[in-house]
Design a protein around this ligand. Structure first.
Ligand code: ADP
Ligand code: UDP
Length: 237
């Protein structure tokens, strides 16, 4: 399958059409962004690491019966996916408090959230991805009530599968973001799952091993991603 027209250049991935109207190629670049794209840097190996990480996780989710857009890894930094009609809502599950939740409610980072919380954010960099809810998403025509119900159900299922996977590597899955889209009337998991879109801490030391290392200028960003990958069994070469 060959890349054809560039459809969209995102902050971290480029999206290409293919000769098959139902399939796209995502190219994982080394670009890393924070502050809704206002800070961008290149981190060597990131595209390759995230592509391999994502392929591994998508396969685990498929094994657990969760339908994803993943079709095939095409090269070290490219993946073939189903072309989804993306819903512009980010679905976030949190097992422990961190990031925007800590800032919004003045919580202590690391406070356990039982049961895990579920939040929606409108995907719009210019607006800083504001928090929204189901009612707004329905009234503004982003998704139907049935689609939103399915997205929440699937996000919690993903959390159950991945919490266990990370736990087995002595890692804590703190929170993560998913994006869904519609493929022939079905809600399907799209985009990516990598340390760019989740928080992962070492179980014992609570060392941050995710994109917070970039956001907070902690250094060794890709080294941390590689450590997570090796602990959960992602083949990196
Ligand atoms: P951003 O848009 O936030 O800068 P990326 O750089 O990751 O993000 O760009 C990838 C874009 O591709 C995102 O807008 C995402 O919603 C979209 N996307 C991901 N998977 C699919 C898919 N299967 N079909 C269509 N679009 C997709
Ligand atoms: N997240 C993401 N993309 C976004 C916003 C958040 O991947 O545009 C992820 C983030 O990495 C974290 C989770 O979603 O794992 C929750 O993010 P939060 O609301 O705490 O926002 P942040 O402080 O990370 O911007």
């Amino acid at each position: 399958m060959q890349k054809q027209k560039l459809l969209y250049k995102g902050k971290a991935k480029s999206v290409y059409e293919t000769e098959d109207n139902d399939l796209l190629i995502l190219h994982f670049r080394d670009d890393t962004s924070a502050l809704d794209g206002k800070r961008i840097e290149q981190l060597a190996r990131k595209g390759v690491v995230n592509n391999r990480f994502n392929a591994f996780i998508m396969q685990k989710l498929a094994d657990a019966g969760i339908e994803t857009h993943f079709e095939k890894q095409l090269s070290e930094d490219e993946v073939l996916v189903k072309r989804l009609d993306m819903i512009p809502v980010e679905c976030v599950v949190r097992n422990f408090a961190a990031g925007s939740l800590v800032r919004r409610l003045g919580l202590e980072e690391g406070q356990a959230l039982t049961p895990p919380t579920y939040e929606l954010f409108y995907k719009d960099d210019a607006l800083g991805d504001p928090m929204v809810n189901e009612s707004l998403s329905i009234s503004l025509g982003w998704a139907t009530e049935a689609q939103l119900t399915r997205m929440e159900e699937l996000t919690h299922q993903v959390n159950e599968v991945l919490k266990a996977l990370f736990e087995a590597g002595d890692l804590i899955l703190v929170d993560f973001k998913l994006e869904f889209g519609v493929f022939h009337d079905r809600i399907v998991l799209g985009d990516e799952f990598s340390p760019d879109g989740c928080r992962i801490w070492d179980k014992t030391t609570k060392k941050k091993l995710d994109k917070d290392r970039f956001r907070q200028s902690l250094g060794d960003v890709i080294e941390a991603y590689e450590e997570v990958a090796s602990r959960i069994g992602v083949p990196l070469s």
